[in-house]
Structures are given as C-alpha cells and as structure tokens.
Design a binder for this molecule. Structure first.
Ligand code: PLP
Length: 393
C-alpha cells in the first residue's frame, strides 16, 4: 500500500516534460538544429564567472568546513549578507533572523504554505500560474482558489478576486515577473490589491498574507518598474531563488524573507522553520549558501533575454499573433489562433515547434513560449511561426 495521492503525483504526466522528451527524440531523428524547443524554463546564459571563481576559492580555502552542515535556517554570515543586500536596495532594515535559507523557490513556497496553513484554509492564486502551486498548496493541506486570467494585460481581475475572498482566505500568492506570461504587476495593481487585503484583513479579524514568489525579480527589461512588495503591503512574505537570476537552478538555493513588521512575524518565522524541518528542507547546500551570498548583488548576463523578447514580440505581432508584451522573466504567452490550445500546440509540434498549451497554466487559448534560448534559434524558428499563422488564415 502506498499513498494514492503521492503515487498520483509521481505518475501524473507533465505536458512540459513530455514535450521536452519528444524534442530530444525528434532531434535524434531530424537533427537538433531542426527542432525548435521552447518548452522548458532553463536559463540559457551561464552563471557569472564570479560564481564559479567564488566556488573554487571557497573549495580551496575552506575545504574542511565548506561541506559541513550549517544551522537549519542557514549560516548566519550568509543570511547577514542577504539581509544587507536587500537593505541596500530597498532601504529596509531586515536582519539575518528574518531569513530562512532553503532549496530554491519551490521549497520556500512549501515552507510558507505548510507554515501558515490551518485546517480549512484557502490560498488565492491568479491565472496564469505556475502549475506546481496547486501541488504545494494541497500538499500543505489547504485549498487553492484560482482566479481566472485577465487576458487583456495579465494583471488582476479584481471583481473575480473580491468575489473569492472569504474568512477562510489565509493568503494570496503573486508571481511577478510572471511565469508563464512574463508580465510584471504594475504599482497600481499592487496598490489596489494591498488596499483590498488591508480592508478584508480588518473585516475578518485576521491577517491575509501576501506571498510573493519572485524567482524572476532580477530578470526585468529596460524601463520596467518592479515594485518591492513589502513596501506596498506590510503583511508580505517573500520567496526568492537564485535559479534564474544567477542561472543556478540545479544548485537548489533560495530563501524565505519574513519581514519583522508583519503580523505575528515571530510565529510566522518559527512556523516556516518548523515546516522546513518537517519537510526535510533544513540546511540549504552549504557551498551555495556562501557562493550566492557573496554574489547576490550580481546577475547573469540577462541581455539576451531582452533581445529575444523584442525579436519575438515584433515578429509574432507582424504575423498576426496577439501578444501581451512581457516586462521580464523569459516567457511569452501569445493567444492561440484556434480556441483549443492543445490542438494548436499539436499543430505547432507537426512543424517541430514545441510550445506549451496554456490550459495547464489556467489560461486556455494561449501557449507558453520559453525564450531562454539562443537568439539564433528564434531567428531560425520564425518561418515556422509564420507557417503556423498562415495555416489559420
Ligand atoms: N516559481 C516559479 C514561478 C517558477 O517558474 C519556478 C521555476 O521555474 C519556481 C517557482 C521554482 O523555482 P526553484 O528552481 O527556485 O525551485
């Protein structure tokens, strides 16, 4: 006998993975240069040289210590460096004691949901959304309440949002810059959200926490403002990761920030740490606690993502696709040219163009294009996008 729920999760098919696996098989048949795989969100630029240099230096200088366990919440010096970096950027006063280091944004989110959720609690999520949220929230014994997408700009459908709030709402999850739309929530959107949350927290007599999932915080394009959540809504908990900004997804490193001024901050931090303990997410990889904390003020060279965004947005619009311009991350989420996004993705696949149906992200009628690839790959894929558009004319 095994847990049916876990068995289900372990065997469920993932459209993204299936497309990726198909791409590898197809590449073996027709040559990798003839398959245009836009399925995965793996950064295409290397980590900065300083990351590798720092790792090598630490391995040489501290070979006896660097592989040791740290405190469960992460080494104090690493947490201090992260707090100092945030304080320099945002003029805040965070301390090491407000940071819990863990294995990427996925674990950060799991620690927060497990730390906050009491029986009957609900967390609100806005479509389009990263599909793992449902797994994380339900894994914490809570219910995910999904708000349908606002497809004109991928901001927030406030009427639907207000209708979904109830005394059961424990938290609201946002992800900006967003996977899969690439859209950044505007200051006006966040201020309106904060106003509603403040009012409803008062009405229900308990805080509604805003959980800000920010693995793409640093991947933003010229002229785009990414407001710092805790400055707009006090009860904000931040989940961060170095997977994308420093191109380190395989090193599994990130943190939860529980600002000291949120409601019941001491309890929330203790519960996040307790969740980390119960899930086994203690003591994030020691080497990369040090490396990322020494390199946290830099990013990989992300200029290629903006080049790719510009090329795709301009070209796809010329071909007749409807595209909301991303302000960051490395995803584009155009409307499909037929209402069935699965059929559209399948037709694209016939042209060796691998794009992910939007249904899985809670936004049918769209596909996700992950453009964290070489610009040359996009250039060579454009005739395929054109052929696809022409098919529907
Ligand atoms: N949140 C979002 C929106 C993501 O896109 C991802 C990964 O792609 C994650 C969380 C998980 O990131 P990590 O690799 O840091 O666990």
């Amino acid at each position: 006998m095994v847990s049916e729920r876990m068995k289900g999760l372990g065997t469920a098919r993932s459209v993204i993975r299936e497309l990726f696996e198909y791409g590898k098989l197809r590449a073996a048949q027709v040559g990798a240069e003839n398959v245009f795989d836009f399925s995965l969100g793996n950064p295409s630029v290397p980590a900065p040289d300083a990351v590798n240099d720092t790792a090598i230096r630490l391995l040489q200088e501290q070979s006896d210590l660097i592989h040791a366990y740290t405190s469960a919440q992460g080494a104090a010096d690493a947490r201090e460096r992260f707090a100092d970096s945030l304080n320099r950027r945002y003029g805040s006063h965070y301390t090491a004691g407000q940071l819990y280091l863990t294995v990427g944004a996925a674990a950060s989110l799991c620690c927060v949901f497990n730390g906050l959720a009491c029986p009957g609690d609900e967390f609100i999520v806005f479509a389009p959304y990263f599909p793992e949220y449902k797994v994380f929230i339900e894994g914490a014994g809570a219910k995910m309440v999904l708000i349908p997408p606002e497809i004109e700009a991928f901001q927030i459908d406030f009427d639907a949002f207000q209708a979904s709030l109830s005394p059961k709402t424990k938290g609201v999850l946002i992800n900006s810059p967003n996977n899969p739309s690439g859209v950044v929530y505007s200051r006006a959107t966040l201020e309106r959200l904060a106003g509603i949350l403040t009012e409803k927290s008062r009405e229900y007599g308990h805080p509604i926490y805003l959980i800000s999932d920010e693995p793409y915080r640093e991947i933003i394009y010229s002229g785009v403002d990414v407001p710092w959540g805790p400055h707009i809504y006090r009860d904000t908990i931040v989940c961060y990761s170095f997977s994308k900004s420093l191109s380190l997804p395989g090193e599994r490193i990130g943190y939860v920030l529980v600002p000291g001024d949120i409601t019941d901050s001491g309890d929330v931090y203790a519960a996040v740490a307790g969740a980390g303990r119960s899930l086994g997410y203690v003591c994030a990889p020691s080497l990369f606690q040090q490396v990322t904390s020494l390199c946290c003020d830099m990013t990989s060279d992300i200029t290629v993502y903006e080049t790719n965004r510009n090329l795709l947005v301009t070209s796809l619009r010329e071909m007749g696709y409807h595209v909301v311009e991303p302000g960051g991350a490395f995803y584009l989420f155009p409307r499909t040219l037929e209402s069935d996004d699965m059929a559209f993705s399948e037709r694209a696949k016939q042209l060796d163009l691998l794009v992910v149906p939007g249904s899985g992200f809670g936004a049918p009628g769209h596909v996700r294009i992950s453009y964290c690839v070489q610009t040359e790959t996009i250039r060579r894929a454009l005739p395929k996008f054109k052929e696809l558009a022409d098919f529907y004319k």
